[in-house]
Ligand binder design. Structure first.
Ligand SMILES: [Zn+2]
Length: 373
């Protein structure tokens, strides 16, 4: 039988492994009879404790699929959220992960959901679906990119059922395009063995592995950018920077940078914005920011600078570091994706959906209030 101690142990170990988890990415759950225990929204897997696990009623969660909801996005997501929240056991007050619905219907005592760069090299690769089908010999399921929330969860549920019917087995790995992976397992050993297999098989297909580390940029090399950023974005404004061979290669020219222009996954959107701006020096910042604002109606928070490296920006050092971390992650995904037909970013329609999605705004607010404590 699954238990909370094992869930917390697994969550912390995947949460503390930078190959699998960055910042608040990923979520986990376990099932015990009619109960689902799922990570709360806005908390870090690496620090998960008992008070951050939401206990939910599986029958109530299941009943969501027999209801009908408005076709229009905002009222639909609001009603689904209301039903998800009312599926919590009495006395439960915290909000479950935005992916709680997936955890509810994916079969497996434990379900681990992460967004690893290696795996996203495939989920963001133009030929990722075909590569994974071949690598996992028909035991993996691919869920195409669509609006997250109720629509994506419903489609995933349907595709899992269809997979079971046609292939006469349950998918061992469930890949979400431009997002990450769900791995179900019956116990700790199985979860660990599946992730080991996942890692080894995916790595076996990679022709060029990205550099594992980056070097921080010295503060003196950021001085002029810092001054210009304050002038363009207002005070306070903080920049953090790093470089390595892969980043500098992408910074060589607008053409080399082009594959990084648009965010790859909701995680990148969440922390590093719609995409980095390409700069050849501090003098480009104002113009690039104006063009970015015109296109996306918001300020850029990340930059790739020719002959310098990557910059993350924000109102606090924490925001700047987080943005930088996700740009570094995007560079890794870009390199991995070279082995899967080259990278394919999120579409403008999905980007607009995620930016306006109440669930993501909630997560951001929850993380900001947690950071202030
Ligand atoms: Zn996710």
């Amino acid at each position: 039988m699954a238990d909370l101690t094992t869930l917390i142990e697994l969550s912390r170990s995947f949460g503390a492994d930078p190959n699998f988890t960055l910042l608040g990415g990923g979520n986990t759950s376990y099932k015990e009879g009619p109960r689902l225990y799922v990570k709360a929204s806005g908390v870090y897997l690496k620090d998960l404790d008992e008070s951050q696990v939401v206990v939910m009623d599986q029958d109530k969660l299941k009943s969501i699929w027999s209801r009908s909801y408005p076709a229009e996005t905002a009222p639909r997501e609001a009603e689904v959220l209301k039903d998800i929240l009312s599926a919590r056991l009495p006395g439960q007050t915290i909000r479950p992960s935005v992916e709680a619905l997936f955890h509810s219907f994916i079969k497996g005592a434990y379900v681990i959901h992460t967004h690893p760069a290696l795996i996203n090299g495939f989920t963001c690769g133009r030929e990722g679906e075909a590569a994974l089908e071949e690598l996992f010999e028909g035991e993996a399921l691919w869920i195409p990119l669509m609006e997250p929330g109720y629509i994506l969860a419903g489609e995933a549920k349907k595709r899992i059922e269809a997979f079971e019917q046609t292939r006469r087995r349950y998918p061992r790995f469930i890949f979400l395009q431009n997002h990450g992976i769900f791995v179900p397992g019956e116990n700790r050993e199985e979860i660990l063995a599946l992730h080991k297999e996942l890692w080894e098989r995916c790595l076996s297909r990679i022709n060029r592995v990205p550099e594992a580390r980056t070097r921080p940029l010295p503060p003196e090399s950021l001085g002029d950018f810092q001054k210009e950023a304050v002038r363009v974005f207002g005070e306070p404004y903080v920049l953090a920077g790093s470089e390595n061979g892969d980043i500098l290669e992408a910074a060589q020219s607008p053409g080399a940078f082009a594959p990084l222009e648009i965010a790859y996954t909701p995680d990148h959107l969440f922390y590093a914005g719609v995409g980095p701006c390409y700069l050849t020096g501090p003098g480009d910042l104002a113009g690039a920011a104006a063009a970015f604002r015109k296109r996306w109606e918001r300020d850029p928070v990340s930059f790739i600078v020719k002959d310098l490296g990557a910059l993350g920006g924000g109102k606090t050092p924490k925001a700047a570091e987080e943005s930088l971390l996700l740009i570094e992650d995007a560079v890794k995904i870009k390199v991995y994706a070279e082995s899967a037909g080259g990278v394919q970013p999120l579409t403008p329609r999905i980007i607009q959906f995620v930016l306006n999605w109440e669930a993501e705004k909630y997560k951001k607010a929850a993380m900001e209030s947690e950071a202030k404590k």
